[in-house]
Write a new protein. Structure first.
Length: 490
């Protein structure tokens, strides 16, 4: 996607050059039929925007791509003193890794406008893109020096380097922007919301922290910092940041929502309930909809499952296709062994979203709990094909088989599970248990030794599945040996 058409309004461009007055379809027709010899700069920009917007989706994208490039080339030839055409060309060539050609276009444009900041900024991005880091930063520093205290340009250029994913260049621009009171937090927030890549998030955090250092009472900056830390699953740090945000601005609803989510992830369920019930007094109930689910599950976790289910049912009235809500409602019932009631809700969740592994796994467990043998057998077969890399599925299936007297089959599916999930320590302990229960004690001890070598802290899972194994002298001796060895090394 092009940065300039979507993010720059070209206001100065429209003031200095003829603005486009006609309809775009007519302009395109004139251009493709060659019924006109000349086009204004503004018309060429409209043509480029038309063709470039169609490239991703057009069935004949080669046609659109050809004309888009043709328009840029005409613009550079006819209006070499207008940088926007060169910027688009360099953008295009950069995507194709044609760096030498891109530099040539920049040199030509710079001959007409030697100190044009946008051309200098694009050169820095181009150098960074091709790996010339020192030259990129030298050019960037020169650009920052030339634009001085122009906060609008600094905001545009921060947006620009992030758009082209040159994250290293963001920090010096952000620091200068902060000095001149530019508004960088919305820009950083925009790009944080677009990525789940932890290394990118970590590279953007220093710019947010620099803004906080400049203005520690900016609630929005604390909120964005907390959001970044939440994306990194560092909920302790995120909680502190969101707490500052709501202390600074008690009416900051999004920050309150994020604070509740942090407490939820840290399993502070009573605090989530307290936050929600305090917020419902000061905010419209509709504004709390994003955290209704957190509130409902927190109620269940503290033992108020009846109210929890009431909240879930209220959510389903407004969002009847919310698969997660159907699932959670069923899960509250399953936890109370009300399998026959839970099944209807779990079936609905699985029907709405069969791609969510947990929905199928929990539904199969509910069928087992309700003694619907044919249904759990068929469903485990189905979901094992769909989700072979989910250890929990195989563990639950093994329990169902073992408890219905099918120890050999449980052993077989556990072996299959380990083929798909060779690093699952729980499956390895399960295999050891099943080998012992099926009478193959020597193999059981061999597998147990391997499991203990990988992770001796998880040996208790052996006894959760088969408590009777605690009576085995050999098993207990082997576990004791590993525990003592680990304690000695520590």
């Amino acid at each position: 996607m092009s940065f300039f058409p979507s993010d720059w309004e070209d206001e100065d461009f429209e003031e200095n050059y003829d603005s486009f007055q006609g309809d775009v379809d007519g302009l395109v027709s004139d251009f493709e039929s060659k019924s006109r010899d000349t086009f204004t700069a503004r018309e060429l920009i409209e043509l480029f925007r038309y063709y470039s917007s169609q490239i991703p989706d057009s069935p004949d994208h080669f046609h659109s791509e050809k004309y888009a490039r043709m328009v840029i080339e005409i613009g550079i030839q006819k209006f070499p003193y207008i940088p926007i055409f060169t910027l688009h060309m360099v953008e295009w060539l950069m995507r194709e890794n044609k760096y030498r050609k891109a530099h040539k276009y920049l040199e030509q444009a710079t001959a007409y406008t030697p100190f044009e900041p946008s051309l200098m900024m694009m050169k820095s991005i181009l150098l960074s893109h091709e790996g010339a880091r020192k030259l990129a930063f030298d050019t960037l520093n020169s650009t920052i020096e030339i634009i001085g205290d122009d906060d609008a340009l600094l905001e545009d250029f921060l947006d620009m380097v992030l758009h082209y994913e040159q994250y290293d260049l963001a920090e010096p621009i952000a620091k200068k922007a902060i000095k001149v009171d530019a508004d960088i937090i919305p820009i950083l927030e925009k790009y944080l919301s677009k990525t789940e890549e932890s290394h990118i998030i970590e590279m953007l955090i220093p710019a947010i922290e620099a803004q906080i250092d400049k203005d520690p009472y900016m609630a929005e900056a604390w909120f964005v910092l907390g959001s970044a830390q939440m994306a990194l699953s560092d909920y302790e740090k995120a909680l502190t940041a969101q707490d500052y945000a709501v202390i600074i601005n008690d009416n900051f609803a999004d920050a309150w929502h994020a604070l509740a989510e942090c407490h939820y992830e840290l399993q502070h369920f009573q605090i989530v309930i307290d936050i929600y019930e305090n917020l419902i007094i000061k905010f419209p109930k509709k504004s709390l909809e994003p955290i209704d689910g957190l509130y409902a599950w927190s109620l269940h976790e503290v033992g108020n499952s009846i109210k929890s289910r009431e909240v879930y049912k209220q959510i389903l009235k407004r969002s009847p296709n919310d698969a997660e809500c159907w699932y959670s409602l069923g899960l509250t019932l399953q936890h109370e062994n009300q399998f026959n009631i839970a099944i209807a809700y779990l079936e609905k969740a699985y029907q709405l979203d069969p791609t969510e592994a947990d929905y199928g796994i929990v539904l199969a467990a509910a069928y087992f709990g309700d003694n619907q043998t044919e249904k759990w057998q068929n469903l485990y077969e189905e979901i094992s094909d769909a989700f072979p890399f989910e250890p929990e599925l195989w563990l639950d299936w093994g329990v169902a088989l073992y408890e219905t007297g099918q120890t050999e089959k449980a052993l077989n599916i556990t072996e299959t599970a380990l083929e798909n999930n060779p690093h699952s320590i729980h499956l390895l302990y399960r295999l050891s248990a099943l080998c012992y229960l099926s009478g193959n004690h020597d193999l059981s001890l061999m597998v147990l030794e391997k499991a203990l070598e990988f992770d001796s802290d998880e040996y208790h899972t052996l006894f959760i599945f088969a408590p009777e194994l605690k009576k085995s002298v050999k098993i207990m001796a082997l576990i004791t040996k590993f525990i003592q060895s680990k304690t000695k090394n520590e």
